[in-house]
Design a binder for this molecule. Structure first.
Ligand code: AMP
Ligand code: TRP
Length: 328
């Protein structure tokens, strides 16, 4: 059986290390074995950003440049824009009829967003239904697996619940998709909390070498290691966590050097910045090509969305038929 993958990202601009290690790097690998659909989920971006849509087009462009520079291959994978495939929205409406409100009200991801964005009681209808739209994105392509970071696991579980409920109520139309995590499903930000744009603790994969150096310099290390020769505790240091993620070849030596007091934080950070600069060097080069040729990006997503629609339409017809919404 052909295995199908769907994943998406909200177009909030340039991607950070968390997006990369938690999802994008995995997407690039999965293209080799699976039929992949990757969606720019612009409607999801509106659930919180409905009042500042002026940056949306630029953000979509920036995110797509990151995808293609990192190796998303439109010859192999279908790259689409959610709002260009209106079947997502129609399936969302059908799913909204069968989704009990308590499933959405107790969603821990929503609670976290409300806290981080300071929304309090000011939650709109679209934001509450975020996971229902996400279920539609995934199930409209009958995806079996969803590569995302750890913060999205609960949403994929809800997708399974919605699929199960639909299949039980009407007919077995949808698979029950599984989440696909990477080895590093949660990347900390420069302050040690989860890396997230809202928290302003990100390093972008397209940041210039100077910017990377500057951001790494400001990272807080083991607070008990004050002088160079003080022994450090790599296990509680975010800089060391990054060394393990981005500089694995040197991480053992760095850990030993830190613990013995031979390696100071300044040198340790220099090595980390260099590893990050090297890791994303190739991406920065490819970026320049797409920045000069934005028309290519447009053509790719228009064509991808067209192809996606053909698949999406079939599933939607099947779902409507199962619900007796086929009046002929
Ligand atoms: P977002 O930018 O929130 O739309 O996230 C896009 C993808 O990146 C999703 O699969 C997230 O789970 C993943 N992601 C976002 N932040 C992190 C992080 N700090 N660590 C790991 N994965 C992340
Ligand atoms: N909620 C996801 C995020 O914030 C984005 C998303 C929307 C998504 N629809 C999806 C991810 C479907 C995977 C599958 O990262």
């Amino acid at each position: 059986m052909a295995r199908i993958i769907f994943s998406g990202m909200r177009p909030t601009g340039k991607l950070h290390l968390g997006n990369y290690l938690g999802a994008l790097e995995n997407w690039v690998k999965l293209q080799e074995k699976y039929k992949c659909f990757f969606g720019v989920v612009d409607l999801h971006a509106l659930t919180t950003g409905y009042d500042k849509t002026e940056d949306l087009k630029e953000n979509i462009k920036e995110m797509l440049i990151d995808w293609f520079s990192a190796g998303i291959d439109p010859e192999r994978s279908t790259v689409l824009i959610q709002s260009y495939v209106p079947e997502h929205a129609e399936l969302h409406l059908l799913f909204s009829m069968i989704t009990p409100l308590p499933w959405l009200e107790r969603n821990p991801v929503l609670k976290e967003q409300v806290r981080d964005l300071g929304l309090k009681d000011n939650i709109n209808y679209g934001l509450l239904g975020y996971p229902v739209l996400m279920a539609s994105d995934i199930l409209i392509y009958k995806a079996n697996a969803v590569p995302v970071g750890e913060d999205q696991v609960h949403h994929v579980e809800l997708t399974r619940e919605i699929a199960r409920r639909f299949n039980n109520l009407y007919k077995n139309v949808f698979p029950l998709p599984q989440v696909k995590l990477t080895k590093i499903p949660r990347v900390p930000g420069t302050d040690g909390k989860r890396m997230s744009k809202t928290l302003g603790n990100t390093i972008s994969i397209s940041d210039s070498p100077e910017k990377i150096e500057e951001k790494v310099k400001t990272m807080i290390t083991d607070t008990q290691k004050i002088r160079l020769n003080d022994p450090g505790h790599p296990d509680i240091c975010v800089v060391f966590t990054y060394q393990e993620m981005f500089n694995p070849e040197q991480s053992e030596e760095i850990s030993a050097g830190c613990k013995s007091g031979k390696l100071g934080c300044v040198e340790c950070k220099k090595r980390l910045a260099q590893a990050l600069i090297n890791k994303f060097d190739g991406f920065r080069e490819k970026r320049i090509y797409y920045e000069k040729n934005p028309k290519i990006i447009r053509e790719i997503v228009i064509e991808g969305s067209k192809q996606a629609r053909q698949v999406a339409k079939q599933t939607l017809d099947e779902a409507k038929k199962a619900m007796n919404l086929d009046y002929e």
